[in-house]
Ligand binder design. Structure first.
Ligand code: NA7
Length: 538
């Protein structure tokens, strides 16, 4: 007797990716449900409600590109939209395309077990139900498994404390509060700059500073709005042609061929420009050649010294352990100026380590600080963390988290051997994880849609990647790390997280070949009858 399926497709995660995937899978006539831990869809933009949370991607390059009507009707108010507007946008997309009944929110996927007999998955939810489906598709996000530090006494603190990912839904009035914050990554930088003038007192506990650069945000005026709307085809065509899926294109001039004067003028322009230009529109050599990288790092260090009035504080804010752009560059709005305020204090925890969290605050090796609120901006178990938190069991009882103990192994970031019918959208080692996210995922969702259409046509019910293809892909991904300055620096890009056991070595999580190369490869795979995949009809 044929097995009764609850759904053809179960999607895990209702963020930017899961929403679009639901839309496409429904178009194919599949019975689909999306399981989401949050109480509403929105993913990253549902959870990250901390003050200052906003895009570093130009808003008009972040929205979906698949519907002209949607592009025509939606108006972004700022060049880099804030979290509330982005969440409203995603809600609008859900309403506009009648998707709201496709989500089951407030539920977590705890386990997924592959059934070898009929190539289906049994998906256990936090309410105890088990859903049987043919295809399990993950849209779990890159930065959705938050990590707290392991500091003694964290439960002792009597004031309020939370990780930025779990910022409360209701307004947190910080007027007059004594606030401590740990973490100065892209999140910490946004929070610090935003709350410095709203709190009573702010103490920043910094382990490693980052090279930050101005976001240069601003409202979109009506003339710009009209221009953006008339240029969407061009905007998306540029994004498609650049390695990062942004409007910013690396400058191909050789760094050492450009005169000092011209170089400085160019860098000043980048620094005054919007968004990631300073990182992704710079000379290519800045991210490849130590000498060019050093020169640009010095340029940025000069900017920090200009903007921070206290020379000692400025020096503490200048990274010494890595060059510009070898970790994710936080974009900021008056971040450095926050340190010129009398109520903002910087504690370098390399000099005076945190010893413990106390009932009333934080104790370092030479001082006890009293706080009303402690903010943990301590980041994520990036890219693989969300997978590791689900017990995913494939063929022969193999657990995905065991298979990936020393780092992920995938084919195209889409599948992993031994886990048939599990499709990872924006999986580790895909290009989506290193590009302007929606640009990458839209293409991947479309690619998977075509794959599913192919399987429907051929009446295939099973897809699996062969081991040899996986090995070849992993080698290919590793190749991009060789010689790249980015691979020499510890960050979530390179798989490091000091708060997660075993994540203290380099892991090849990210495809660094750029979106165009990735696209070329997956297009070729599809054109050759999906080389590397094996199909079956069970
Ligand atoms: P990040 O970029 O991983 O930053 C986390 C920050 O927290 C970083 O400054 C860490 O210092 C610090 N951290 C982490 N653990 C500790 C402990 N145990 N003690 C002290 N300091 C600690 O995460 P974000 O949330 O800022 O950004 C993630 C991405 O979200 C971002 O790149 C954007 O793409 C959006 P470290 O540098 O490791 O010394």
């Amino acid at each position: 007797m044929p097995i009764q399926l609850d759904h053809d497709v179960v999607i895990v995660g209702a963020g930017v990716c899961g929403i679009y995937l639901l839309y496409r899978m429904r178009e194919l006539g599949f019975n689909v449900t999306v399981i989401e831990t949050g109480n509403e869809p929105g993913g990253t933009w549902y959870w990250n409600r901390y003050p200052g949370a906003r895009f570093d991607s130009e808003s008009y390059t972040y929205g979906y590109s698949f519907s002209k009507e949607l592009l025509d009707e939606w108006e972004w108010s700022e060049h880099f939209s804030g979290q509330p507007e982005t969440l409203r946008y995603l809600q609008h997309v859900i309403d506009r395309f009648d998707l709201s009944d496709g989500f089951q929110c407030g539920l977590t996927v705890e386990k997924a077990l592959f059934n070898e007999d009929d190539s289906t998955w049994s998906v256990t939810l936090s309410d105890g139900r088990i859903l049987r489906c043919q295809f399990l598709m993950t849209a779990v996000g890159l930065l959705s498994a938050h990590t707290l530090p392991n500091i003694p006494g964290m439960d002792d603190f009597q004031g309020r404390s939370f990780h930025t990912y779990h910022w409360p839904k209701e307004h947190v009035d910080m007027t007059g509060l004594r606030v401590g914050i740990i973490g100065t990554g892209a999140t910490g930088v946004q929070v610090i700059a935003d709350i410095a003038d709203k709190v009573g007192d702010l103490t920043v506990f910094q382990r490693r500073p980052n090279w930050c650069a101005p976001l240069n945000n601003g409202p979109i005026d009506p003339a710009e709005q009209a221009s953006i709307k008339s240029r969407y085809d061009e905007i998306f065509a540029v994004c498609k042609s650049t390695p990062g899926g942004f409007l910013h294109r690396p400058d191909r001039r050789r760094y050492d061929e450009v005169s000092e004067e011209e170089k400085l003028e160019f860098w000043e322009e980048l620094y005054a420009g919007r968004g990631f230009g300073v990182w992704l529109g710079n000379f290519r050599d800045v991210l490849m050649e130590p000498e060019a990288n050093k020169a640009f790092s010095e340029f940025i260090a000069g900017k920090i010294r200009q903007r921070v009035t206290g020379p000692e504080t400025a020096e503490k804010l200048i990274p010494k352990d890595h060059g510009f752009g070898t970790r994710r560059v936080p974009l900021e709005t008056r971040y450095y100026e926050a340190y010129n305020r009398d109520n903002v204090h910087l504690v370098d925890i390399n000099e005076t380590p945190i010893e413990r969290i106390t009932e009333t605050g934080i104790r370092t090796s030479n001082e006890s600080f009293e706080f009303d609120l402690i903010i943990y901006a301590t980041g994520f178990d990036a890219i693989t963390g969300a997978f590791d938190r689900i017990e995913i069991v494939g063929k022969g009882g193999q657990r995905l988290r065991d298979k990936w103990r020393d780092g992920p192994e995938t084919y195209l970031g889409l599948q992993t051997a031994g886990f048939p019918n599990l499709l990872m959208l924006a999986g580790p080692q895909s290009a989506s994880v290193s590009t302007n996210f929606p640009r990458g995922i839209e293409e991947t969702v479309d690619w998977v849609t075509a794959l599913m259409r192919h399987m429907q046509k051929k009446a295939h019910t099973r897809i699996e990647v062969d081991k040899a293809s996986e090995i070849e892909w992993c080698e290919h991904v590793r190749g991009f790390y060789e010689g790249a300055l980015i691979s020499t620096t510890k960050s979530w890009f390179t798989g490091y997280n000091s708060n997660v056991a075993g994540h203290d070595t380099l892991r090849h999580l990210v495809y660094f070949g750029g979106a165009p190369k990735f696209r070329e490869r997956v297009t070729e795979v599809a054109a050759n009858d999906y080389t590397g995949f094996q199909f079956d009809s069970v």
